[in-house]
Design a protein around this ligand. Structure first.
Ligand code: MEV
Length: 444
């Protein structure tokens, strides 16, 4: 058994990985048997292995491809399983910060995570029912017929253990229409929810097909007129929960005891619980990690964002996705968020590099991917709060930002690190200063 806690899987704890040159980092992945030589070539080739011909089949009016860095989040131990996590993101500190938090949590035994079944909701909006309450009853009485109609459209999904599994019906009454019977008919809508287990797919296409497919039957049963037929991105039946418990000693950092850091993080968490202005930024930090993995795995990050933030309003008040408490000498973190992610389907699967990233991440189901993403979100939040509750976010940010400032000023090769070091020592991380330093460096 390796340090990774499982057989045949190299550890994600790779000391000093960030210090190695880029090509050496990729070669290490080959040496560890994670990817082949040709996959390594795909990762490092110009255009990141994304041919224009493939891009041209994906959307309209293609004029090129857009590159972003792929970083590896390290040190992740989730449910006893070791992961390196490909993350696609432009913000300099995200990958370093999440790897650092994951290392601390790893020392504390790792993350635990669990998730609901992959159930998505397809909405069918019905207007003009004479008696909305009666329409609701009829739809519920005909649950079996509606499910059969939906499942006939995707028989393979049922064979894989999924399919349309339930029907719910809501009657939405617009305020102010109750006193007027005529207005009640036209300003009241019946909304059928078709609950579909999408297995390893995100499921948007198949849910939409089913929602459209049951519409004629819904009209026949209700006597109303079906209007919208579309999935809901408030995927509240598809939540992921991640947690960790960190003995406070592990949180000590320069000038701060572990207890001080833990208390600081708890207080930052309470701030987000009490204030939507802070909760939005707190949650942005969570989504820094979740989105980066969503993009690296070809998932629809707009859907994930929409669902996650809508879920945060479920009590009527916008609240944090992750919270932290000090309990019996340990900092306990918990995250709950809906994650509508898949590992099959979707146009992005045509992207050749994606196959390599899936090989690296090593997840075998949509559940496993969602649970890992939950752990990444929690780790990312821990990283932000740890910095905010101690020296502040800018020190670490600027150290990493300095390299891209140096490159923007025109530094190349070894000049980038040399100029970045000088910028940090100066405490003045600006392009103008980088240009001056670069000129001086080139003259000397
Ligand atoms: C920056 O991308 C994210 C943070 O603002 C998150 C937070 O404040 O918790 C640092």
């Amino acid at each position: 058994m390796s340090d990774s806690g499982q057989f045949n899987r190299p550890s994600s704890r790779i000391s000093g990985y960030f210090k190695r040159p880029l090509l050496e980092r990729v070669k290490m992945l080959v040496d560890q048997g994670r990817i082949t030589e040709s996959e390594a070539h795909l990762l490092t080739s110009a255009g990141a292995g994304f041919p224009l011909s493939v891009a041209n089949t994906m959307i309209e009016n293609v004029i090129g491809v857009y590159g972003l860095p792929i970083g590896l989040g390290l040190n992740f131990l989730v449910n006893g399983r070791d992961y390196v996590v490909p993350m696609v993101v432009e913000e300099s500190s995200i990958v370093a910060a999440v790897s650092n938090s994951a290392k601390i949590v790893r020392e504390a035994g790792g993350f635990t995570a669990d998730s609901d079944a992959s159930v998505m909701i397809g909405q069918v909006q019905v207007l003009g029912c004479d008696d909305p309450q009666k329409a609701q009853e009829v739809l519920l009485e005909n649950r079996g017929r509606i499910l059969a109609e939906a499942n006939a459209l995707h028989p393979n999904l049922q064979k894989r253990g999924g399919g349309a599994v339930d029907v719910e019906v809501r009657v939405l009454i617009e305020p102010g229409s109750v006193s007027n019977p005529r207005s009640l008919k036209y300003r009241t809508m019946v909304v059928l929810h078709l609950l579909v287990d999408t297995c390893d797919a995100m499921g948007a296409n198949l849910v939409n097909t089913m929602a459209e497919g049951v519409a004629p039957l819904v009209e026949e049963l209700t006597g109303g007129v079906v209007h919208l037929r579309i999935l809901s991105n408030l995927a509240d039946r598809r939540c992921v929960r991640a947690a960790c418990r960190i003995p406070v000693e592990l949180l000590a950092r320069k000038g701060f005891s572990g207890g001080q850091v833990a208390e600081g993080i708890e207080s930052a968490s309470r701030f987000a619980e009490m204030d939507p202005y802070r909760a939005a930024t707190h949650n942005k930090g969570v989504m820094n990690g979740i989105d980066a993995v969503a993009i690296a795995t070809g998932n629809d990050w707009r859907a994930i964002e929409a669902g996650a933030h809508a879920y945060c309003c479920r009590t009527g008040r916008y609240s944090p996705m992750a919270t932290w408490k000090v309990e019996n000498g340990a900092l306990v973190g918990k995250l709950e968020v809906p994650l509508q992610v898949g590992i099959v389907g979707g146009p992005i699967r045509l992207h050749p590099t994606l196959q390599v990233l899936y090989k690296l991440i090593g997840v075998e189901s949509a559940f496993e991917l969602g649970e890992l993403m939950g752990a990444v979100g929690l780790a990312q939040n821990l990283a932000a709060l740890k910095a905010l509750a101690t020296e502040g976010i800018q020190e670490g940010h600027m150290a990493l930002h300095a390299r891209s400032v140096a490159a923007t000023a025109g530094a190349v090769g070894g000049e980038i690190d040399a100029v970045a070091r000088l910028l940090i020592a100066d405490g003045d991380v600006k392009v103008e200063r980088a240009r001056q330093l670069l000129d001086e460096h080139r003259v000397s």
